[in-house]
Write a protein that binds this ligand. Structure first.
Ligand SMILES: *Cc1c(COP(=O)(O)O)cnc(C)c1O
Length: 395
C-alpha cells in the first residue's frame, strides 16, 4: 500500500502506453467493492470488464485456486490433467455443447473458432476461398483473426491487410445478411449480445433467422459469448434464452472467475469434420490452474444460485435505469438484459464516468455515448440502489 501518484509515475515510465487508465492503483477487493492503495473504496459496476462474476475474495473459490497452485500449475497438452477434465465436463453441462478446446483468452478462442469453421468448409470442397460474414459494431478481440471479424474499422485500418474474405452485415438486419450470402460463404460470426459495440441484444427473430439460414446452407454459426455468456443474461449462455444453438460457441471473461482462461466449444458435427490433431494447439490452454478455477466458478454459481440472482437483480436494475431514463431528456435509449445493460446519452459519457469514480463508483462505457452496467453477478438490489443514487448525482 502506498501513494498512487508515485506508482503511476513509475508505470508511465515502464509500460507501453496503450491504455488511457484512470489515475487509480487498485490493491484488493471484497465482495462488490474494490480498494485502492490509499484505502479508498469503490462500488464496482464493471467487474474487470465482466470477469469477476463472483465478486472479490470469494473464500471457497480462492481456496480451490490456492490448493491447485500448491499441487500443479502446468502440464502441457502432452498429458491429461484432472482439473481440465472436470472443467470440460462442467462447461459442457452449462453450455449443452459437445466438445471443448481451452484457450488463455477470448481472442484466442475466436481464433480457434474461425480456424474450425474454415477447416469444416475446406473438408467439404477442398477450396480455400471461403467467406465469413461478421457484424458491424461487433468486437471479437485484438489478434489478427479476431480483429479481422471485428466490425469497427478504426481498430482494423492501421493493421491491414486483415485475414481475407470477411464481409460485414448489419446486426439485427436479416436482409443485410442474406444480401452477403453466396456459394463461398462458410460461416457467420456474431455476439448474441453485442458488448463493446454498445450493448445491443440480438432480437429473437434475427437469431432464429440466422440459425435457419445456417441450417439451409450448411454454414457454421459462431456465437461469441465471451462477454454475454457465463450467466450475464440470466442463462449460462445468452442463446439459451431463445434456444438458438450455435455450431461453435466462444466463452472467456467470467469463465475463470478472474483467472485468465477461455474456450471454444463445438457440436459433434464440427468435432467430427473439422480440426484434427496437429491443426491447432496452445502451450498453456487447459492448464490445471485454469481448470481448477473453471470448476470452482461453476460450483459457486450453483451454490450461490447466481443465474436466479441475475434474473432478479437484472430486472430490478432495468426498472431503476428506466426511471432514470424517463427523468432525463439526455438519455436516448436503455438496452440490455440481466446484468448487462446500457444507457445511451445524446453526448459523451466520459465526464459522468469520471465524476462517478470520484464518488467511489466504477462504471464503464461501451462506445463514447453509452454507459455500460456490468457488475459482478453477486450484485443485489441494495447495490443497484446505491449505484443509482450516485449515478443520478453525476448526470
Ligand atoms: C472481450 C471480448 C473478446 C476478447 O477477449 P480477450 O480475452 O480480451 O482476448 C472477444 N469477444 C467479445 C465479445 C469480448 O467481449
Amino acid at each position: 500500500m502506498g501513494k498512487m501518484s508515485e506508482y503511476i509515475e513509475q508505470a508511465e515510465k515502464d509500460l507501453l502506453h496503450l491504455y488511457n487508465r484512470y489515475q487509480i492503483v487498485l490493491d484488493h477487493g471484497e465482495g462488490m467493492r474494490l480498494f485502492d492503495t490509499e484505502g479508498k473504496s469503490y462500488l464496482d459496476f464493471m467487474s474487470g470488464i465482466g470477469v469477476f462474476a463472483l465478486g472479490y475474495g470469494d473464500k471457497k473459490f480462492n481456496d480451490a485456486v490456492h490448493a491447485q497452485v500448491d499441487k500443479l500449475l502446468h502440464t502441457s497438452n502432452y498429458f491429461y490433467n484432472e482439473p481440465a477434465i472436470e472443467a470440460a465436463k462442467a462447461i459442457k453441462k452449462a453450455s449443452r455443447m459437445d466438445r471443448v478446446f481451452f484457450t488463455n483468452s477470448g481472442a484466442e478462442a475466436v481464433e480457434g473458432a474461425i480456424k474450425a469453421a474454415r477447416k469444416y468448409a475446406y473438408l467439404k470442397d477442398g477450396s480455400t476461398d471461403h467467406q465469413i460474414i461478421a457484424m458491424d459494431h461487433s468486437f471479437h478481440g485484438r489478434t489478427y483473426g479476431a480483429l479481422s471479424v471485428t466490425g469497427k474499422e478504426a481498430y482494423r485500418k492501421p493493421f491491414e491487410p486483415m485475414i481475407g474474405n470477411i464481409c460485414f452485415a448489419q446486426y439485427n438486419n436479416i436482409d443485410s445478411v442474406k444480401a452477403l450470402i453466396n456459394d463461398k460463404t462458410c460461416a457467420i460470426i456474431m455476439e448474441t449480445v453485442q458488448g463493446e459495440g454498445g450493448i445491443y441484444p440480438a432480437t429473437e427473430s434475427f437469431l432464429k433467422e440466422i440459425r435457419k439460414i445456417c441450417d439451409e446452407k450448411d454454414l457454421v454459426l459462431i456465437l461469441d459469448e465471451i462477454q454475454c455468456g457465463m450467466g450475464r443474461t440470466g442463462e449460462y449462455y445468452a442463446w439459451q434464452r431463445y434456444d438458438v444453438k450455435p455450431d461453435i460457441l466462444t466463452t472467456a471473461k467470467a469463465l475463470g472467475g478472474g483467472v485468465p482462461v477461455g474456450a471454444f466449444l463445438v457440436n459433434e458435427k464440427l468435432a467430427q469434420h473439422s480440426l484434427v490433431a496437429g491443426d491447432h494447439g496452445t502451450t498453456y490452454g487447459g492448464n490445471p490452474l485454469a481448470g481448477a478455477a473453471i470448476c470452482a466458478s461453476f460450483k459457486r454459481y450453483e451454490e450461490l444460485d447466481l443465474l436466479d440472482n441475475v434474473k432478479k437483480t437484472g430486472a430490478f436494475l432495468y426498472e431503476k435505469l428506466e426511471e432514470i431514463k424517463n427523468k432525463n431528456p439526455h438519455i436516448v435509449d436503455h438496452r440490455g438484459v440481466g446484468l448487462m445493460q446500457g444507457l445511451e446519452f445524446d453526448g459523451p459519457v466520459a465526464d459522468i464516468i469520471a465524476k462517478a469514480l470520484n464518488k467511489g463508483l466504477i462504471l464503464i462505457n461501451a462506445g463514447p455515448n453509452i454507459i455500460r452496467f456490468l457488475p459482478p453477478l453477486i450484485c443485489g438490489e441494495a447495490e443497484v440502489t446505491e449505484m443509482c443514487g450516485i449515478l443520478k448525482e453525476c448526470i
